[in-house]
Design a protein around this ligand. Structure first.
Ligand SMILES: Nc1ncnc2c1ncn2[C@@H]1O[C@H](COP(=O)(O)OS(=O)(=O)O)[C@@H](OP(=O)(O)O)[C@H]1O
Ligand SMILES: Nc1ncnc2c1ncn2[C@@H]1O[C@H](COP(=O)(O)OP(=O)(O)O)[C@@H](O)[C@H]1O
Length: 205
């Protein structure tokens, strides 16, 4: 039991319907596709386009998106390093539950720290975590300024803004790396789908 466990008397309940049972019912394996990158790098766009492509093929999916999660599950958290770490910890746990439910989970979070992404990866079985690096220069993200946040950050109205006043640690060996400043959304989705489809094939009976 981990030292972090604050509920030593909580007993793990064995289940009668397993992830494998659910995967068989769905006709595909479940896993976690984790999109990371600067604000404006294309995480949300690609999560939603990929989810549509999967849904169109009859796959069970669930998308977790930074802005939405921060309205509920993580509404108490801000953007300090510690809060970002706690944000990613909670999302990793929730994503793992959705993987257990048999879904292909698509998570879109800046998740700027390598160690936090690694912890999320460690929660799922080896091979069931696909890190998708939305690799886009700060210059292009700032030009896009989809939500007007970069302008605010430059004016000093938002502190700890990723890429400007808070760090972003790029993945070292992601399963998928996409230059979202040059590739089209369709090209990116095609590359993601190739990896997801290969890894979610059911093998054997
Ligand atoms: N200080 C600061 N830095 C970065 N981003 C900020 C900040 N304040 C608000 N926002 C908005 O919050 C979205 C990022 O939330 P995340 O949960 O993905 O962040 S993190 O993973 O905990 O770093 C991010 O969404 P995306 O633009 O989709 O990345 C922003 O809309
Ligand atoms: N290859 C691409 N992948 C994703 N987004 C792209 C791409 N090319 C251009 N874009 C545009 O970049 C913007 C990315 O915004 P968004 O998906 O909200 O980023 P994030 O979720 O990382 O903050 C959108 O306006 C999108 O249309």
């Amino acid at each position: 039991m981990s030292e972090q466990n604050k509920s030593p008397n909580a007993v793990w309940q064995e289940v009668s319907v397993t992830r494998a049972n659910r995967e068989k019912l769905h006709g595909h394996r479940s896993l976690l596709v984790w999109f990371t990158g600067l604000s404006g790098s294309g995480k949300s766009t690609l999560v939603h386009a990929t989810e549509q492509a999967l849904h169109a093929r009859g796959r069970r999916t669930y998308a977790l998106d930074g802005d939405n999660v921060r309205h509920g599950l993580c509404a108490d958290l801000g953007f300090s390093d510690n809060d970002r770490t706690e944000n990613i910890r909670r999302i990793g746990e929730v994503a793992n539950l959705f993987v257990d439910s048999g879904a292909i989970v698509l998570a879109a979070f800046i998740s700027p720290f390598r160690a936090d992404r690694q912890k999320a990866r460690n929660l799922v079985d080896p091979g069931d975590f696909i890190e998708v690096f939305c690799d886009c220069s700060l210059e292009i993200c700032e030009q896009r300024d989809v939500k007007g946040l970069y302008k605010k950050a430059r004016r000093g109205e938002i502190k700890d803004f990723t890429g400007i006043s808070s760090p972003y640690e790029a993945p070292i060996d992601p399963e998928v790396s996409l230059n979202t400043g040059e590739l089209s959304v369709a090209e990116c989705v095609e590359r993601i789908m190739a990896v997801v489809e290969a890894r979610t094939q059911l093998t054997g009976d």
